[in-house]
Ligand binder design. Structure first.
Ligand code: FAD
Length: 382
């Protein structure tokens, strides 16, 4: 007997867990399948924290962040715990920054999201932890926030189950069709729709459906530093920050422990997700530690590092669409900046899976030029 579900979700990281939660909450029968154990550290949704912010490079993303804040607020109510910690966000643009300040000010202005522009001296007066090169401009947006990575994903899994979803781990999916999912052990489930949230493993699942998805998987590294005076780096004393240059770095105030977390954006080597290791990369650690010693001299020494995967589209835009020619198969991919949008991905993927909408945006479409034109010039720093 083949078990039938209204929807099968492949992959239970943040995005798939959110999709399972939203579909189950709508009274649908849902099966969620994860190849590893729930909460594993081999994908992109583990560890303590992720940035949620309004400051983005296009009005479309800024508007989507407004939905994300609302969706996190609804999720917090449903979960019975506040999942969003507002700490303020500071984007730092040195002279001749590789990432254009104008894109951010224009996008925020068009969507009427308030922000402040501050010079280096004003930033150092307000947050004396910083030591900045002359000419640096900071864009401060007071709703910059931290959301929990692993615990946030687990909260969505708990809610999905509470609404009746069946979540199975150690269940690797070998293939999907419009109306069925087959596990590596040959078990088949039938369904009305499939939602694929497999991040680094997405291309392999879409190829049999005629989609050649150009993804680059990189092995990133986040590091925790131990300041001598952690009280100086507490929420309210230090905002989260992003260094908008090449190389680009970002970091958090203390969050649940007396350490300061930081990392480089797009600094890791390309890897194959099934054969990659998790050892600490000393060169990446050195580059980040040098930056921290210069910009946040009191942040202290590195005490631990962890690895995590980025899955990059050539234009760093999401995939949030149905598969062309296979309308019952929907795909969600966060392009290494999707966690802040996880509950929103879940809601929009549920809309696609239930037919409440046919598409989300041309920007996130599977047939857009960046994903179909082999000569597209990839760029990841936005
Ligand atoms: C170091 C780091 C920092 C980041 N910081 C931020 C940030 O501050 N803000 C932000 O918004 N985003 C951030 N991101 C990006 C964000 O974390 C990811 O976009 C998001 O977690 C992706 O979630 P996911 O569920 O798509 O992927 P994953 O968590 O990787 O989940 C995919 C799941 O699918 C499973 N799977 C794959 N293939 C199969 C199969 N065949 N059968 C069954 N299961 C399968 C995998 O095992 C995995 O569990 C960061 C990412 C990293 C690595």
């Amino acid at each position: 007997m083949v078990e039938h579900y209204d929807h099968v979700v492949v992959g239970l990281g943040a995005l798939g867990s959110a999709a399972a939660y939203h579909l189950a909450k709508r009274g649908r029968s849902v099966l969620g399948l994860e190849q590893f154990e729930l909460g594993h550290a081999r994908g992109a949704s583990h560890d303590t924290s992720r940035i949620l912010r309004h400051s983005y490079h296009t009005p479309e993303y800024v508007r989507l962040t407004q939905e994300a804040y609302d969706d996190w607020a609804l999720l917090s109510v449903d979960a019975g715990q506040e999942l969003v910690t507002v700490v303020g966000g500071l984007d730092l643009f040195p002279v001749d920054a590789a990432i254009p300040l104008d894109d951010y000010t224009r996008a925020l202005t068009e969507v009427r999201v308030p922000f402040e522009l501050l010079g280096a001296a004003a930033i150092e007066a307000r947050w004396p932890q910083f030591s900045l090169p002359d000419g640096t401009v900071g864009l401060y947006q007071d709703r910059g926030a931290i959301v929990p990575a692993g615990p946030g994903t687990a909260a969505m899994q708990d809610l999905a189950r509470r609404y009746g979803a069946t979540l199975c781990d150690h269940s690797p999916v070998a293939s999907v069709t419009d109306t069925s999912v087959t596990l590596a052990d040959g078990t088949v489930f039938s369904c009305d729709s499939v939602v694929i949230c497999a991040d680094a493993w997405t291309a392999g699942l879409l190829a049999p459906l005629g989609i050649d998805l150009p993804l680059t998987v990189t092995l990133e590294q986040a590091t925790y530093f131990e300041p001598e005076r952690p009280e100086d780096f507490a929420p309210g004393r230090l905002p989260l920050w992003i260094w908008m240059d090449e190389p680009s770095f970002y970091g958090f105030p203390c969050y649940g422990e007396p350490t300061v977390k930081a990392a480089q954006d797009c600094g890791g080597p390309p890897v194959e997700p099934d054969s990659r290791g998790s050892d600490v990369d000393d060169a990446m650690l050195g580059l980040l530690s040098d930056h921290m010693a210069r910009m946040l001299p009191g942040s202290g020494r590195a005490v631990r590092s962890l690895r995590c995967q980025y899955t990059l589209t050539p234009d760093r835009d999401f995939v949030l669409d149905r598969v062309p020619g296979h309308p019952s198969v929907a795909v969600g991919l966060g392009a290494a900046h999707g966690f802040k949008f996880a509950p929103t991905f879940g809601r929009l993927l549920a809309d696609l899976a239930t037919g409440e909408r046919d598409s989300v945006s041309p920007t996130f479409a599977l047939d857009r030029p960046a994903l179909t034109d082999p000569s597209y010039d990839a760029h990841w720093l936005v």
